[in-house]
Design a protein around this ligand. Structure first.
Ligand SMILES: [Zn+2]
Ligand SMILES: [Zn+2]
Length: 147
């Protein structure tokens, strides 16, 4: 994606503020996990985050624990997109209201794409109350590469 320098103090200050507001301590692992999620343009798996962070000195369990802490604190959304793998996505911290969006999953290569700017289908509360609670809107198909 972008080639911005990784050491911009601005975003560490920003991350520290965000963690403080969520009552989470700022640790090196949390900063690393958040920055990895910030760079992602679509939801990433624990394995993908670990792949990037393990070589920098964090173990897989630490990465997973931090992902879970961030989910619990409401900073990160965890979704299961039909393949029994949890994927993690940083919430838009400035606009959490607008953050819920559908995802498109390619059934051939598994590529996940965020569908921002698409109207969510309207859910009539009464009829859904008889069915359950919607947690994820998922569209499946073939991506441009696979179709
Ligand atoms: Zn594909
Ligand atoms: Zn998304």
């Amino acid at each position: 994606m972008s080639n911005e320098p990784e050491t911009d103090a601005g975003s560490v200050v920003e991350i520290r503020k965000v963690l403080g507001k969520a009552n989470l301590r700022t640790t090196a692992a949390r900063i690393a996990v958040l920055r990895r999620l910030q760079r992602a343009s679509s939801p990433v798996t624990h394995a993908e985050v670990a792949e990037d962070l393990v070589p920098t000195g964090f173990d897989k369990a630490t990465v997973f624990r931090n992902l879970t802490d961030l989910v619990d604190a409401g900073l990160v959304t965890r979704s299961e997109l039909g393949d029994h793998v949890w994927r993690f996505e940083l919430n838009d911290l400035k606009n959490p209201e607008r953050d819920q969006h559908p995802h498109f999953v390619c059934v051939s290569c598994g590529q996940v794409t965020c569908l921002h700017g698409n109207e969510l289908p309207k859910f009539d509360k009464e009829s859904w109350a008889k069915i359950g609670k919607v947690s994820e809107i998922l569209l499946k198909g073939h991506c441009l590469k696979c179709s």
